[in-house]
Structures are given as C-alpha cells and as structure tokens.
Design a protein around this ligand. Structure first.
Ligand SMILES: [Zn+2]
Length: 350
C-alpha cells in the first residue's frame, strides 16, 4: 500500500486520547497476518509480537491516540462547551468543523462557532480566545435533542478537516502525531522478511497525549532490553518561528532526539540511530532541545530501567486541526528504523 494512502487511512480514523476504540480496531485489522501474536492489554494498548533470533527483545512504540476535545456541558439551547484533551492552542479553533463520536463507530458533525465580527467591538476582537469562550454547534435546538443523539458531557470530539494531497508528495491530514509512527511500524513489518537479531514487540499505545499514560505499563508486560519510540514531531521551519526555536525541519529527513523534556537519550543509542541513518544512506537531523516529551520518557524509567531512544518524522502544524507530512521524510525514517532493527546487535553490542 502506498505510504501516504496508509497514513491517510490511519489519520482519518477517530482516536482521541482515552477514546481509542475506532483506531484500535483498524490497527488490529492491519496487524492480521503481519505478526505472530497480538493482544490488547487492560489499558487498551495493542501489544504485537514477532519472533526474531531471540538474542534480546526490542520494543518499537507508536501511540495510537490523538489530541482532541471533550464535551464538558450541554446548554439549554443545545450548544456544547468543550475542554481540551492534550495540548491545544484555543486561538486556532474558532470556525473549525468538528467530528463527534457519541459511541465507538458512530459519528456526528458540527462546528466550533464564533460570534460574527459585526457584533464585536474593536476591543473584543483583540481579546485572546480561550476554551470557556468556545462553543460547538451540532445543529440542534435543545439539550434534549443533543442527548437524543447521544451527545452528553464526556462525549469526545476532534477538529476535523478531511485529508488532502498537496501535490504528489505532501499529505495534509489531522493526527499525523502519531499515526505516522503507527503507519511506519506497519510498513516496517512488511519489509522485515528475514528474522531480526532481536525479537520484536510492537506497541500501539493509548493516552500518550494525556501524559504518557499507556506507555507506563508496557515494560512490565513485555520486558524489553531496548526500546524505540517512533513519533511525529513538530517541524517549525515556518514564517514567524526563529531558528533557535525550531525543533526540527521539513524535508531534512528523520529526526533523532538527543534530549527532550522526558528523557536524555544515552549517547550510545543516539550514535546507533545516527549510524543506522548513515548506513541506510538517508539524510537525518537532530531535534533541538528541549521541546516536548515522548513515550520513551515513560519507558526508560520503567522496571529496572530500559535503554531507550526516539526517532521522529517531521510534520508541520501538529496539535492543530491539520498537519502536513512530506513523503520522503517518512520513507527515510522508515529506512533508518529498518536498518536499526536489522543491525541492532552490531550497533549496540560491538
Ligand atoms: Zn506524539
């Protein structure tokens, strides 16, 4: 399957943190026939196993959840108030279409409403927008009508802009953080035709965006020797962002993390990932400190401690209603990870 088609299918599927049923069902279908064994743990993480040469065990993690919103109140006229699930900038939300999910597999649509400019005073227009100012219109006239549709406090929703190609090599879609990682692991499984030096555990984890929650229980269940978090990270080489605040850049290949807010990656792991990029013949870049955190943060502190690293696909506008990825950045990250997985014994044991 074409990489952008797979990314688009995963990205368009609903999976707000804590409400991952729909994306989990899709991932379980995609894993059929690609691994030796699959299970879903108590928290909802998917754990998939593929036997290698059993020298040691490597955990590859991507989080299946995405940032979203949850209904906090339905007023007498049927308008919804919302609170964030994960990191959002409320200024970018007014006027955005939304997809609500009253129950797994059932969707409704609406819009984050705003007062028309005609009724605002010049002072009002300069005021920053915050969550208490936002409301969602789902086209009903009363609380009872909203309830009849299953929309109640606790219903999750996501700002929703349908995916589109921007030319042959760019995909604009929501939730590239971290459906890019999910797509990468699925495509990696197709490319690994020979047994790998280490046994593989693939985790598609839940609730990363709520503070790395799902990842906290991965190590107790899977006992990895080494772990790699595969992420979509913010490429901010855009107007208005000074170079020193730009964590990663578009069209520069996979992003290797030296440190972020959740982990300082051990030198030998950083070296191993850089060597894998060089031997794969792909460009790579290092993420600028010290933005964000990933599941590697939770994983490396679990059990007796785990050697962990992070490699990411750069994506523009993550944590907004649409993000953008450049196909060669994804493909080069896949090639880096494939080389790392195939030669991990050389990189970490010699
Ligand atoms: Zn992420």
């Amino acid at each position: 399957m074409d990489s952008l088609d797979l990314i688009q299918e995963l990205a368009e599927t609903f999976g707000v943190a804590g409400f991952e049923e729909d994306i989990r069902a899709l991932l379980l279908r995609k894993l059929e026939g690609r691994v030796d064994r699959v299970e879903v743990d108590t928290l909802g993480n998917i754990l998939a196993y593929r036997r290698g040469k059993s020298r040691k065990r490597l955990l590859l993690d991507a989080h299946m959840d995405e940032v979203g919103l949850v209904v906090s109140h339905v007023d007498a006229h049927g308008f919804l108030r919302v609170v964030p699930v994960g990191g959002w900038d409320p200024r970018i939300l007014p006027g955005t279409p939304v997809q609500l999910r009253p129950e797994p597999g059932r969707y409704l649509y609406g819009v984050i409403g705003t007062a028309p400019p005609h009724v605002l005073t010049p002072e009002d227009r300069k005021k920053p927008v915050d969550f208490p100012d936002l409301f969602v219109d789902i086209g009903v006239g009363s609380r009872e009508e909203a309830e009849a549709l299953g929309v109640v406090p606790g219903t999750p929703l996501v700002p929703y802009v349908p995916a589109r190609r921007l030319g042959p090599d760019l995909l604009m879609a929501k939730a590239l953080d971290d459906r890019l990682g999910c797509a990468l692991i699925l495509q990696l499984l197709d490319r690994l035709t020979e047994p790998t030096p280490y046994d593989l555990v693939l985790s598609f984890s839940v609730s990363e965006e709520l503070g790395l929650r799902g990842a906290r229980v991965l190590v107790a269940q899977t006992q990895p020797d080494v772990a790699l978090a595969i992420e979509g990270t913010g490429a901010a080489d855009i107007p208005g962002v000074p170079e020193e605040k730009c964590p990663s850049r578009f069209r520069r290949g996979p992003v290797i993390t030296r440190l972020d807010k959740s982990i300082v990656v051990p030198h030998r792991m950083v070296q191993a990932l850089a060597r894998a990029a060089e031997e794969a013949g792909v460009p790579y870049q290092f993420k600028k400190p010290i933005f964000g955190g990933t599941n590697a943060g939770a994983i490396h502190l679990s059990g007796k401690g785990v050697l962990a690293g992070v490699v990411s696909v750069p994506a523009r506008y993550i944590h907004s209603p649409v993000s953008v990825v450049y196909r060669p950045d994804f493909d080069h990250t896949l090639q880096l990870v494939e080389t790392f997985v195939r030669r991990i014994d050389r990189y970490l044991e010699e």
